[in-house]
Design a protein around this ligand. Structure first.
Ligand SMILES: [Zn+2]
Ligand SMILES: [Zn+2]
Length: 262
């Protein structure tokens, strides 16, 4: 009798967790960081510094994320230059052979108190020109994911070999799935709605003339922190994906999201 009750109870808990799981998944903001803006939907500029091999993927990711009810993205001429420097108020998107540094994709996000002020999304062609990664599905997943870190989205899942969740915010050994992890899913849009439910009195979006939103020192805002030694404290690292935090003081921080190449 006790055994039966235990089994029934376990089944009940299993069912309950299956019902609750979707809500748990829509909780992949990192620390609530967000772009300050006074109205929704707001439009984020994506600076196009990418080569012809990447144009279609940048365009696809921009279209995908603009489905969100709270934000739109628009592709503009890049400001990043050879080293992919950040520009206040937008996300610069870049690709290059950055070398055998271990990372396939890198997203860097500057924040001032709770607000995102600028971001970078970088794809490393040193690996994207190899047989393993020179595939549309890998280009789609990494482009889609690195841009979205710049919105304040974290991963939905970081396990390498489990079943895909059907979102580019799920790291995987097999982007094609099925289901495919090449595009956002409903939970990503839901999470964006949660992150951007409130409005702010100020804006950190699109301030192309003011390089210095909030109280961020110029050397932080204009700095290049492309090397692992610049990334600061390791927050988490499972060998496949990692997050680093560099604290500059005064509420100014740089977050670096890394996808490692195998
Ligand atoms: Zn806010
Ligand atoms: Zn990531």
């Amino acid at each position: 009798m006790r055994m039966v009750r235990t089994v029934v109870l376990s089944l009940g808990l299993l069912l309950l967790s299956a019902v609750l799981l979707p809500r748990v998944l829509a909780n992949h903001s990192w620390g609530g960081y967000h772009w300050a803006r006074t109205a929704n939907p707001f439009t984020l500029k994506l600076g196009d510094n990418v080569s012809s091999a990447w144009k279609a993927y940048l365009s696809e990711a921009s279209t995908d994320w603009s489905v969100s009810s709270v934000l739109d993205t628009t592709i503009v001429a890049g400001n990043g230059g050879k080293n992919c420097k950040a520009t206040a108020g937008r996300i610069e998107v870049c690709n290059r052979k950055y070398g055998n540094n271990g990372w396939l994709g890198l997203a860097q996000v500057w924040v001032s108190s709770t607000h995102i002020t600028q971001a970078l999304a970088k794809m490393n062609d040193t690996y994207f020109t190899t047989n393993t990664y020179n595939k549309p599905e890998w280009r789609r997943l990494v482009m889609c994911q690195e841009i979205a870190h710049g919105f304040g989205l974290d991963h939905q899942d970081e396990a390498f070999d489990n079943t895909n969740l059907g979102t580019c915010m799920d790291y995987t050994s097999n982007p094609l799935g099925p289901p495919s992890n090449e595009h956002p899913n409903a939970h990503d849009y839901e999470e964006l709605e949660i992150i951007y439910a409130h409005l702010d009195a100020i804006t950190t979006v699109g301030q192309s003339t003011a390089r210095n939103p909030g109280n961020m020192p110029e050397w932080v805002a204009a700095g290049e922190f492309g090397n692992a030694s610049d990334w600061g404290k390791e927050i988490r690292n499972n060998g496949k994906v990692a997050l680093y935090e560099r604290d500059f003081g005064g509420g100014n921080k740089l977050f670096s999201f890394v996808i490692f190449a195998r």
